[in-house]
Design a protein around this ligand. Structure first.
Ligand SMILES: NC(=O)C1=CN([C@@H]2O[C@H](COP(=O)(O)OP(=O)(O)OC[C@H]3O[C@@H](n4cnc5c(N)ncnc54)[C@H](OP(=O)(O)O)[C@@H]3O)[C@@H](O)[C@H]2O)[C@@H](O)CC1
Ligand SMILES: Nc1ncnc2c1ncn2[C@@H]1O[C@H](COP(=O)(O)OP(=O)(O)O)[C@@H](O)[C@H]1O
Ligand SMILES: [K+]
Length: 463
């Protein structure tokens, strides 16, 4: 599991550790890890040209000491000082190692720019001088390695309301920060490399589950299992308007851990479902529901509200979201909106939701007392008790019609298999993305192919 801590948590852990260590130890650890990462990024150090963009704080200090390290190993290192103040010890170390102070004119011919403008002490946005330097790097296509965080992003929310650095690599220290996982800032980080500096941290509200975590959650059948005890899922999805949604969601459900799937809907659609999936049966007792994908004209809000109020857990998707209200106990409900659907639920415009995905996923979880799975390039999952999980392993090829129906069916199956809404959402998002990676293999794919790749993705996870 990966953890993303807040700036406040990082500062507290840093203070505690610094009190026990000789002054400067943490910065040296950070700078050494940073220098190694930059050297690996460049594929070597000797003769490489490195420009450091230096702000007024310790983020610049990290960059200067890393620059000194690289200069000692034969790199030509130039610092561009963007503020009246620069970390004095770091600047001296750079000069002693043979580095020099230069200007933005050095940027076009360098191999890499190191963004030591601001880290966790920064406010969103870039001041004029910093912005001008970053623009030169962008204009000349020079890759930027960000120190701790890409300068200009909002570290604790992942929002990017102002201009910011777009990094080819981010090297962070001690723990991940929220901006490393939550879009749009996560995209601005590029790959994130974590350097251990020995911080002792409390539990984090934001987590990214890894394969081993999902494996531990997955409901694997055992010798005593039968099709009922494995869980039965009811599907209320698709319509004569969108029969494909029913077929696709059913494919997602059957590729989950359930023993049986029941389909409830118009005869013509039920026939289409059974033609594609003969194992599907009709109405009856279930352990969970997946409701809403492609319901179109079939949307029956009173019936959906009855099911939301009943004991069985529910995945509520797409059109079904129109039945959600903020009264009643919905802790066993998982909703799976994309940003547009979440914006309608909350009465906020879509761009605002996309700009602060973590905030609005959390707000919806709190307002409706549900677990929220907010779809997108990175998926944000927020539970009503404040826990947040981010899924980061998807491919943009997954942005294809019907992919959300597969996810709703799969999450329903995981709920029917006995997982909590938070765990069902986590395992669902992870496996959905893993299946998409198999289905796509770097090229176009379809929702049905993603569903068909789920068993193999699950097999690889469990083996
Ligand atoms: N914590 C840890 O465990 C460890 C931390 N370490 C490192 O320390 C970093 C944090 O350093 P930090 O506290 O000195 O803050 P930092 O990010 O350098 O900003 C400093 C100043 O920048 C300014 N400024 C603000 N916004 C701005 C903007 N938009 N554009 C331009 N300038 C802006 C503002 O000062 P002002 O100019 O307003 O007076 C602010 O005070 C951390 O990210 C990591 O790299 C590691 O060495 C070891 C372990
Ligand atoms: N840029 C992207 N990168 C990775 N995954 C994405 C991206 N955009 C969308 N997705 C994923 O693709 C799926 C699309 O679902 P959805 O928007 O509901 O489509 P539909 O309604 O057509 O089924 C979601 O799982 C979402 O997280
Ligand atoms: K930075």
């Amino acid at each position: 599991m990966r953890h993303a801590h807040t700036v406040e948590q990082v500062r507290a852990a840093e203070a505690e550790l610094m009190a026990k260590l000789p002054e400067g130890t943490l910065m040296q650890r950070a700078a050494t890890g940073l220098a190694v990462a930059i050297s690996n990024f460049l594929g070597g150090t000797y003769g490489a040209r490195v420009v450091l963009l230096i702000g007024s704080g310790d983020n610049g200090g990290d960059a200067l000491y890393a620059g000194a390290n690289l200069a000692r190993r034969g790199a030509q290192v130039t610092a561009v000082l963007l503020s009246d103040r620069a970390h004095a010890g770091g600047l001296d170390a750079l000069k002693v190692a043979g580095g020099r102070v230069g200007s933005t004119d050095d940027i076009p011919s360098t191999d890499v720019v190191v963004d030591g403008i601001v880290g966790i002490g920064g406010r969103p946005g870039l001041r004029a001088e910093a912005l001008a330097a970053v623009r030169v790097a962008e204009r000349y296509g020079v890759p930027i390695v960000a120190v701790d965080t890409p300068s200009g992003v909002d570290v604790d929310t992942g929002a990017t309301p102002e201009p910011h650095v777009n990094a080819a690599l981010t090297v962070t220290f001690g723990t991940h920060k929220i901006c490393h996982f939550v879009d749009p800032a996560a995209t601005a980080c590029g790959p994130v490399h974590l350097v251990d500096i020995g911080l002792d941290l409390p539990s984090a509200e934001v987590q990214v589950l890894q394969a081993a975590d999902i494996r531990a959650l997955y409901p694997v059948p055992h010798g005593e299992s039968d099709k009922y005890s494995r869980g039965v899922l009811g599907l209320m999805v698709g319509s004569t308007q969108y029969p494909g949604a029913a077929v696709i969601a059913t494919a997602g459900a059957l590729a989950g851990p359930v023993g049986m799937v029941r389909y409830v809907g118009p005869d013509a659609v039920a026939n289409a479902v059974r033609e594609a999936h003969p194992e599907v049966v009709g109405d009856g007792r279930v352990q969970a529901w997946a409701i809403g994908s492609g319901l179109g004209d079939e949307l029956d809000i009173p019936r959906i509200r009855e099911l939301l109020d009943a004991d069985e857990p529910v995945v509520l998707d797409a059109d079904g979201l129109k039945a959600l209200d903020d009264s009643g106990d919905h802790v066993d409900v998982l909703i799976t909106p994309h940003a547009g659907e979440l914006s309608r639920l909350l009465g906020v415009d879509r761009a605002t939701v996309e700009g602060e995905r973590l905030k609005y996923a959390r707000l919806a979880a709190e307002t409706f007392d549900v677990t929220v799975l907010l779809k997108g390039a990175t998926t944000v999952i927020a539970s009503p008790d404040g826990e947040v999980r981010i899924n980061t392993n998807a491919t943009p090829w997954l942005a294809t019609a019907g992919a959300g129906d597969v996810l709703a069916g799969l999450c329903g199956a995981l709920l029917a298999g006995g997982l909590t809404p938070l765990d069902a959402a986590s395992a669902g998002a992870y496996l959905h993305a893993a299946a998409a990676n198999l289905a796509s293999a770097g090229g176009p794919t379809t929702a049905i192919t993603v569903a068909q790749s789920l068993p193999e993705a699950t097999r690889r996870l469990l083996s």
